[in-house]
Design a protein. Sequence first.
Length: 316
Amino acid sequence: MSDPLHLVRHALPFTGYPYRGEAVACNLCGCTGTLVVAETDRRLKRLRSVACTECGLIRTDPMPTQDELGAYYASAYRAAYQFALGKRPPRHHLNRSRREAVFRADLLAPALRPGARVLDFGSGSGEFLTAARARGATVTGVEPGLSYAAFARAEYGARVLDRLDALAPDEAFDVVTVHHVLEHLRDPVDTLERLAGRLAPGGVLYAAVPNMAATGKPPHERFHFAHVHGFVRETLDRAGARAGLTPHPDYWREDTTAVYRRDPAARRGPARTDLARALAAALAPASPGTYIASGAWLGPMIRRNAKAIRDTFRAS
């Protein structure tokens, strides 16, 4: 249930977020050197983001502790970013999730054969589980959000667990998917490695994260408190390589949406040493005052809210 005071503190512009955080090393390469890439997020709040000088992985600095992230997701996230104020997922979320589920199922169609075992990590309200089951797959979700997990069980009859460790130790899957989840985690690369360990022989792993290098979006729009890590194509592929994965040549990909397969020859490989500087230059952080005075935040804010309203009333 949302805590109104906590929600207000997360929504109030021109202020910092209500957390202390801690210094952490890069989850991808272990380096502690950083370059600042942003000081403000898309809600006009103070939020410091840095890129690792060794590999380029972006992270919030200081990093929220596990307890702070847990409190945020329990009291503010769904209401602040998905307009979820009730017990059920809002209509705009369900409409968007259904469209995404169809796209993902179509992309993975060669692997979603009848009888295929599917694991969706961060399964949300269960739309992809339903789309995969419609193709004959046996599906399992992992979703720590209690209300969305309960909705998936009640609405779709899906098997949804609250944590990855709840799976049987030897349970393996032909298809593992993680859609726009890794960026929310303190340990995204470690988690990807654990998910890769759940692949059956010949299995595929689908991973999608927001692309921090995407064009056509103001730099500050790419940052917000819910995303404690930021990826580009190079860092996502390097994370995959650390997990023993390589991009699958038989599947379409677009930058930070990719299908991977197991590859015994996969290696971490050398990092692009200038990636952090390239990202810092591309994201070109402006001072909060300059950003606010420019009015560059107004259009994206209107579009974001208009999209939520439009999706709410769009026919299912």
